[in-house]
Design a protein around this ligand. Structure first.
Ligand code: ADP
Length: 684
């Protein structure tokens, strides 16, 4: 394959990409990933980014992105500079131009406007298409049995080079109409001529720069870019002098932008009986056709593929018309050309360029994903909750065809696991459960805190009252005792005085209890064997006959630094309450547990249990459900005070409703094993 005798320097693949992302516009819908045949979009930090070396320039991502988060690289400045440079410049309009402009003005007006920009020649690429069509017909005629993949669509060429490199030898060695026309113009007007192609395609920008394509245009504009240049130059249809295109003029090459148009121009018939020619277009069809071709399942001699639904649906068109209206515009123009064409003149032009070199070469630019670490893929799948075949929904929400393809893309740094919708939903559900769990815990903590605060303020009040009462009470008790000593035993006052002394002492005990609750007493920390403490407490307490007692100690170091007397008080109060709760008998379990830092006492009874509504009031002074004279409601507040003085904790679990299960209560007292340096007076 010759290349016009020239060679071009190698170019980095990245420099052949003319599609870029627009920062921070992406709303991660993954439509571009889904619609990209080359999977040249990576998702990183929730933004879609074009991977230049993988991009084939089909422009699908430009068409499908509703957020305009992709843009094509503009060639406007470059072309405006060319026009100002003083060089001779030719414009070559792609045969899809009627789709862009015909609705607004006649093609002659468009030519006049283009000329007004400063172009020395305004020509039609369709003549290059006529030449190319001829070469295809010859190739098929003289190379019977050879299979060709047509190369008129640069996105298809890019796709084969990158993702089907084994099919590169099947790419037809014929240049595209754009390059053919550029070579025609240079052979007519000299090698110095600068050429600007104007068309509907982004991939053409890369084709013009491709080191394998010699003699192509110097710059490529899309139709909207041409509109912008008109605007910059203040050129409108009113100011232009209408005129026809410069020669050579085309015939059926004008049909090229329509699917099968090349076949018609070349008078190659897609005979369904012989299956010699296969033509298809659009993302899925062309990929399927190439896969089938690669698998050896295609007999056709010529496979004509277009990446868009024909060039009339290219990304470089601003028309809002539907596909059939666009098709009609191209057909009408082509039939007009055919009707008004000087057939002999056209044939002379074709013959004139019969020997023009229209060949080119291709190379493998392999971008297939290889070196797949199956172990890694399995790990990624597992992390996304895809443990079995049933978990692989292959729903396509991520933009990839299958979960496995998605996992491979993650493995290669092209995708993120958050793109998987079922995975994200699952994660959100987990978070919701965690949050509601946290919420519950927060609510419980808040309630406990409020409870502690309530008890603390009660303690403050109790402490204040107790202090005030303590002194006068001491005086009453002292004087009562003095009077008792002075008063002979048989006087009538003796009994009354004893009554005063007894009741005053009772008050003193209550005051002492309140001071305990308010943590106004001191703690005398000393190493205590908690097993011995339990047995000492229980042995001093008569055990009801109908109550079974079980004591158990976990295998731990039994020594803890506590106030022995206060702890006996705690155990006594809890055990007495437990006995009281089992008037009809039951079982009392006293357990000790612990670890290096804490020791825990557990007092569990099978008694009547504590109703839910009472649980909150248990530690409040004077709360009792016992009969008058039997309970003071100070037992648990004293326990609470002592436990807090030891910087410990007390909790209760209880069930008073037989319909919910066995009734009974468990009080748990947890104390630090070692006394902290700060001890003594409690802080409320
Ligand atoms: P008192 O024993 O003088 O009533 P406490 O402060 O020791 O005062 O107890 C307050 C209340 O808590 C008791 O009246 C009783 O209703 C309830 N209570 C405490 N321990 C138990 C228990 N083990 N089982 C059932 N109720 C209990």
């Amino acid at each position: 394959m010759s290349e016009c005798g020239e060679t071009r320097p190698e170019k980095a693949l990245e420099s052949l990409c003319f599609v870029k992302e627009v920062k921070n516009r992406c709303r991660i819908c993954y439509t571009c990933v889904r619609e990209c045949p080359a999977k040249a979009i990576s998702i990183s930090k929730s933004q879609a980014i074009v991977v230049p070396e993988r991009c084939i320039g089909c422009g699908n991502c430009l068409k499908v992105c509703s957020q305009q988060a992709k843009k094509m690289v503009s060639s406007i400045e470059e072309v405006e500079a060319l026009l100002k440079s003083g060089a001779s410049v030719a414009a070559c309009l792609a045969p899809s131009f009627p789709v862009e402009f015909q609705a607004e003005f006649d093609f002659r007006v468009l030519v006049g406007m283009t000329r007004a920009l400063g172009f020395d020649f305004v020509t039609e690429v369709a003549f290059g298409a006529d030449l190319v069509a001829d070469r295809y017909r010859e190739a098929l005629m003289y190379n019977k049995g050879r299979q060709y993949i047509a190369t008129t669509c640069p996105a298809i060429v890019g796709f084969v080079e990158r993702y089907h490199p084994d099919l590169v030898p099947f790419l037809s060695p014929i240049v595209s109409p754009m390059v053919a026309m550029a070579r025609v113009l240079r052979s007519l007007h000299g090698p110095e001529l600068k050429i600007v192609f104007v068309g509907p395609c982004v991939a053409k920008k890369a084709e013009a720069m491709d080191p394998d394509v010699i003699g192509g245009p110097d710059a490529v504009l899309t139709f909207p870019e041409l509109r912008e240049i008109f605007q910059h130059a203040g050129i409108t249809s009113n100011v232009a002098d209408p005129c026809d295109f410069d020669p050579p003029q085309p015939r059926r090459g004008s049909l090229f932008p329509i699917s099968h148009g090349m076949l018609q121009a070349a008078e190659i018939h897609e005979d369904l009986l012989t299956n010699d020619v296969v033509a298809t277009d659009g993302l899925h069809n062309f990929m399927n056709a190439l896969n089938e071709f690669a698998a050896g399942g295609m007999e056709a001699n010529l496979v004509e593929l277009l990446s868009c639904n024909g060039c009339i649906a290219g990304p470089g068109l601003s028309s809002k018309e539907n596909l059939f209206q666009r098709r009609a515009r191209v057909s009408h123009y082509a039939s007009y050309r055919e009707r008004t064409q000087d057939q002999e003149q056209w044939q002379r032009s074709i013959d004139h360029f019969a020997n023009l070199d229209l060949t080119r070469s291709y190379r493998s630019l392999d971008q297939r994903i290889t070196d797949i670490d199956e172990h890694e893929i399995a790990g990624i799948m597992k992390r996304m909750g895809k443990q079995s075949d049933e978990d692989e929904l292959n729903c396509g929400a991520c933009g990839y065809h299958s979960c496995r393809e998605h996992a491979i893309a993650i493995h290669k740094g092209l995708a993120e696991s958050e793109m998987c919708l079922p995975y994200v939903i699952n994660e959100h559900l987990k978070t919701i459960v965690q949050l509601s769990d946290l919420n519950d815990r927060l609510a419980t903590t808040q309630e406990t805190l409020m409870h502690s605060e309530r008890l603390a303020s009660m303690g403050q009040l109790a402490a204040g009252v107790a202090h005030e009462i303590n002194n006068p009470l001491g005086v009453v008790i002292m004087y009562t005792n003095l009077l008792l000593e002075e008063c002979s035993k048989d006087t009538e006052f003796q009994g009354d005085l004893q009554m005063i002394a007894e009741q005053a002492n009772r008050c003193k005990r209550i005051v002492a209890g309140l001071l305990d609750f308010a943590r106004q007493n001191k703690v005398a920390h000393q190493p205590v064997d908690i097993r011995e403490l339990v047995s000492a407490t229980l042995s001093n307490l008569p055990q009801p006959e109908n109550v079974e007692l079980e004591i158990s100690h976990e295998e731990i170091d039994p020594i803890a630094e506590v106030d022995r007397d206060q702890l006996i008080q705690v155990l006594l109060n809890l055990v007495v309450n437990a006995y009281d709760a089992m008037p009809d008998g039951g079982k009392l379990c006293v357990r000790t547990k612990g670890d290096d830092s804490w020791i825990t006492f557990e007092i569990q009874d099978t008694g009547m249990g504590i109703p839910r509504e009472n649980l909150k009031k248990l530690f409040e002074p004077f709360f009792t459900t016992k009969l008058m004279g039997k309970g003071t409601g100070l037992g648990l507040p004293v326990v609470y005070g002592i436990v807090k003085l030891h910087r410990g904790d007390i909790s209760v679990e209880s069930n008073a409703d037989p319909s919910l299960g066995p009734t009974g209560s468990t009080f748990r007292v947890k104390l630090p094993r070692e006394a902290r340096t700060h001890s003594g007076k409690g802080v409320l």
